[in-house]
Write a protein that binds this ligand. Structure first.
Ligand code: SAH
Length: 438
């Protein structure tokens, strides 16, 4: 009953107002600020929203958070009150203080937290995804936490090799914390790039990408957020991007200038040896590239049209390979038969192929290592859509591939003893890429 009575009279909103610019307020924040009887907050945040407010404004200064919470709780008994916080109120904001205060003092109050765009989200959008997946966040403020603990956490976080976001890097009183923190970064991660974002979406916005050793501690203030890059990063003028791995998965490609030069030279060389823009020529070039063996020009055999494989992949055919070494080399998810082996007299890859049974129907099957798996594939009553078989070795390899060629299934095989997991993966990747770009 008591709570119901409170609800009908007043309510406290803890409102995140985002980084500063009004168009980054949420609609909800805008509504509650406009309709509030009283709005309380630090004067620098009040500044951003005061022209929306129609009620009374109570400004206060830094360090008076508890006092502000107490006043807000009291006023909210019979008024609509907004307690504002920069960014999001739950992230290094005032919401946690309110939660602790009402818990410790057993206060019953009608309240709601209105989320906001945190400095991390704001900076991240300006930088072009410095945080694009896993990341860690730390505040260098030792107001509430001992510096030793911050240092301990910082070291552990840096060892994760994911981007590290630093809130509260500095204040006029705390320049030394940032200096010490940057030394630890240098020890743990080296002289990597750091994004220094000052006043994101506010007047005085400034974005710089620097090396850790070039960060000027004097230039970093309490309106600055730092993002320390991980070992995977793309740096471009004012952008610091952490790739999520799409390019690895979906694009073939050398990354550095040197690697690109090498790739271009070898592509040029191979084009002279195996000219032709068709899929078959490209497959032969890939096999030569993967093995360094020009002999592949003469030993790759195409039964049927490899475009059958491309079509199967395009319509979602599963890829099943014999061993992990082939699976790991692929630019698409696949399953390795060897993981389906039970107890058997046969090799594990062959046993896995048998146990996969009807899963083989309509699949694209790659055999890069195991002649026994290729033989098993010929013996089971299931029919793949396409086979790439390049098992290698001096026992049964040549015979197994001959058996594959005799199946009524289109395939790519090699004659003789040559082949291997790398060649199999290279051929499959060529087909996968063709299916994606076709
Ligand atoms: N609740 C806030 C964070 C408060 S801690 C939020 O969610 O964003 C204050 C710290 O946040 C500052 O010292 C600074 O590191 C960072 N910060 C807040 N607003 C910022 C902005 N517009 N640009 C850059 N950093 C900002």
């Amino acid at each position: 009953m008591e709570v119901l009575q409170l609800q009908s009279q007043g309510k406290l909103y803890v409102v995140g107002i985002g980084p500063g610019k009004k168009d980054l307020l949420t609609l909800k924040a805008y509504e509650v600020l406009k309709n509030a009887d009283v709005v309380l907050g630090h004067k620098r945040y009040i500044e951003f929203i005061k022209d929306i407010v129609r009620g009374e404004i109570l400004e206060s200064s830094m360090g008076k958070e508890l006092e502000r919470v107490k006043i807000a709780v009291e006023l909210a008994k019979d008024k609509k009150v907004c307690l504002v916080s920069g960014g999001d109120p739950c992230i290094y904001g005032i919401a946690a203080l309110l939660e602790e205060y009402i818990e410790m003092n057993n206060i019953k109050i009608n309240y709601e937290i209105v989320p906001g765009i945190s400095a991390l989200n704001a900076a991240n959008s300006l930088l072009g995804c410095s945080v694009s997946g896993d990341h860690v966040v730390i505040s260098l403020s030792d107001n509430l936490i001992d510096w030793e603990k911050i240092e301990y956490r910082l070291r552990l976080m840096l060892r994760c090799d994911v981007p590290l976001v630093v809130y509260n890097p500095s204040s006029t009183k705390r320049k030394n914390n940032l200096k010490k923190a940057l030394e630890i970064v240098l020890e743990e991660r080296g002289d990597v790039e750091v994004a220094v974002v000052k006043n994101a979406y506010r007047e005085g916005e400034k974005i710089e990408i620097k090396k850790v050793s070039d960060v000027d501690v004097e230039e970093v203030d309490m309106s600055t957020l730092l993002i320390i890059s991980s070992s995977e990063r793309i740096v471009k003028e004012k952008k610091l991007v952490t790739p999520r791995g799409y390019s690895l998965k979906y694009e073939v490609g050398a990354k550095t200038k040197k690697a690109k030069e090498i790739a271009e030279k070898s592509a040029e060389f191979l084009r002279k040896l195996v000219p032709g823009d068709d899929l078959r020529s490209e497959i032969v070039r890939r096999a030569i590239m993967a093995s360094g063996d020009l002999g592949y020009r003469d030993i790759i055999f195409f039964k049927g049209d490899p475009k059958v494989c491309v079509e199967a992949l395009k319509s979602g055919a599963k890829i099943i390979v014999d061993v992990e070494m082939v699976r790991i080399g692929l630019r698409k998810d696949a399953i390795a038969a060897i993981n389906f082996a039970k107890n058997s007299e046969d090799t594990r890859a062959a046993d896995g192929i048998r146990n996969l049974g009807k899963e083989i129907n309509g699949a694209v099957v790659g055999i890069g290592n195991s002649p026994s798996a290729a033989i098993a594939l010929c013996e089971i009553p299931y029919k793949p859509a396409f086979i790439v078989a390049t098992p290698v070795g001096f026992v049964n390899a040549a015979e197994a591939k001959e058996m594959i060629r005799n199946l009524e299934v289109p395939s790519i095989t090699t004659f003789g003893t040559k082949g291997g997991s790398g060649v199999c993966a290279a051929i499959l990747n060529c087909l996968i890429e063709y299916a994606r770009s076709d």
